[in-house]
Design a protein around this ligand. Structure first.
Ligand code: GLC
Length: 433
């Protein structure tokens, strides 16, 4: 069977009736950023179904506008933690969800779906979709702005490692090293290790990582998931390149959506937010020595100098300075930086001590970030680099299947039949790969 048909089959198999699980075995609910990529892939097959994917994410939106990173649906309780988030106490909705958000890709995706509807001569259905989701997206962006804006910059803070999708990346090691684990969180981590499916052993984060991860959850829950009530000593407050680049891009998407709907004042506001973000990324995240963007640990007051794939997602933010964009692309290909591997792009530079070939975000290549960087390269006119990365990403899936991630040698790791990988293959093939 052709790659295209196999990818479409995976998305059909993981469809739960208008929404998609990332993988049937290990991730049996709906994840925010997965559904963004999934919706775009689905759009290549069936635009109406793609609209539904985005709309279904909003079934988990809290009354205050927050869109959670997981929306639990169905009785499958294999995933842990679930009830521990205690979301209903804080969300104002019936649906069970997590209490944190995830890289805010939805407005960018919604705008892309609208564009695809126009290209197919079905702009009316695209506008109908935008009308249905606009208030949801607007509420979400306002929540992010009010809850997460860092001081007088245009950057947002992430409060938990799962919030940007790069769960156990070494970018978090500094802030995580300062988290003190309570007994409650320690016991939860033990429970996670007991319930972890065997298929994942060797790939997953350590028990210590989970204990800290749960500690942050407990502290956020104690604050009612409201930054205004969060303990001043809360140690995990990071400005990360991926989250902020996507935030900037999504604000540009939302500005265009607002314009289509005649909301010009909103449109100007979202555009100004995007510009502020890009400017602050240059002021705070650009590292003049290493000549790449770095995440910033606000509690420690310094840049996190670990080189991860996240640095290159800056290309997606709509960088003003095209020379800067070319420079970022050059750093990606510079062998001294440890990303120019047989297959690209490892989630952590092979030059870092923390690099670990098979372990989740500490080494393997992820289609999520490859796709974001492909788009960034393309938008900056870096056609050769774009085509190279697109072809490699397709080759990985062709060679090793629709795995969650891949080693730099091209072997599949993590779960199989992974929806986002299938969706990204469809999106890349649609671009003529
Ligand atoms: C893993 C990934 C995360 C993704 C989730 C569901 O936790 O690290 O990015 O959203 O799986 O697929």
């Amino acid at each position: 069977m052709e790659l295209w048909d196999r990818a479409a089959d995976i998305l059909r198999g993981n469809d739960r009736g208008g929404w998609t699980v990332p993988s049937a075995d290990v991730y049996p609910y709906q994840w925010l950023w997965d559904s963004g990529f999934i919706a775009e892939g689905l759009a290549a097959l069936d635009l109406e179904r793609a609209f539904k994917e985005i709309e279904s994410v909003f079934r988990g939106q809290w009354k205050n506008g927050m869109v959670p990173h997981i929306r639990f649906e169905g009785g499958d309780t294999r995933f842990y933690p679930r009830g521990e988030w205690d979301s209903r106490r804080h969300s104002g909705i019936e649906h069970e969800t997590s209490g944190i958000t995830q890289t805010p890709i939805l407005a960018d995706t919604a705008h892309r779906l609208y564009q695809m509807s126009s290209e197919k001569g079905e702009a009316d259905s695209g506008v109908g979709f935008l009308e249905r989701v606009y208030d949801r997206l607007r509420g979400y962006h306002l929540w992010l702005w009010h809850q997460r804006k860092f001081e007088d910059t245009g950057l947002l803070v992430t409060l938990h490692p799962d919030e940007n999708g790069m769960d156990d990346s070494p970018m978090w090691d500094g802030p995580m090293s300062r988290v003190k684990v309570s007994e409650e969180a320690g016991e939860m981590a033990e429970e996670k290790m007991r319930t972890e499916p065997d298929t994942l052993s060797g790939n997953r984060p350590s028990e210590d990582f989970y204990a800290k991860n749960y500690e942050l959850m407990v502290e956020l829950k104690t604050a009612g998931y409201d930054t205004r009530s969060l303990d001043e000593d809360y140690q995990f407050r990071v400005l990360d390149v991926l989250f902020n680049s996507v935030w900037a891009k999504s604000n540009r998407g939302l500005a265009k959506i607002a314009s289509v709907l005649g909301e010009e004042e909103d449109s100007r506001l979202f555009l100004s937010w995007a510009d502020d973000t890009v400017k602050s990324m240059d002021d705070i995240m650009w590292d003049p020595e290493s000549r790449i963007y770095h995440d910033y640990d606000t509690a420690a007051g310094r840049r996190i100098k670990v080189r991860t794939v996240g640095s290159f997602t800056a290309l997606f933010s709509g960088l003003e300075d095209k020379k800067r964009a070319a420079e970022v692309a050059r750093s990606l290909e510079d062998p001294a930086n440890g990303f120019a591997t047989e297959y690209m792009i490892p989630s952590t530079s092979t030059m870092e001590e923390s690099y670990d070939e098979g372990r989740f975000w500490r080494g393997p290549i992820w289609p999520f970030t490859n796709y974001i960087i492909c788009e960034g390269l393309r938008e900056n006119g870096l056609e050769r680099e774009y085509a190279g990365l697109r072809d490699q990403t397709l080759e990985l899936a062709g060679r090793s299947g629709f795995r969650e991630c891949f080693t730099i040698g091209g072997a599949g790791t993590g779960v199989g039949c992974f929806s986002a990988t299938a969706a990204i293959v469809l999106s890349l093939l649609s671009q003529g790969g």
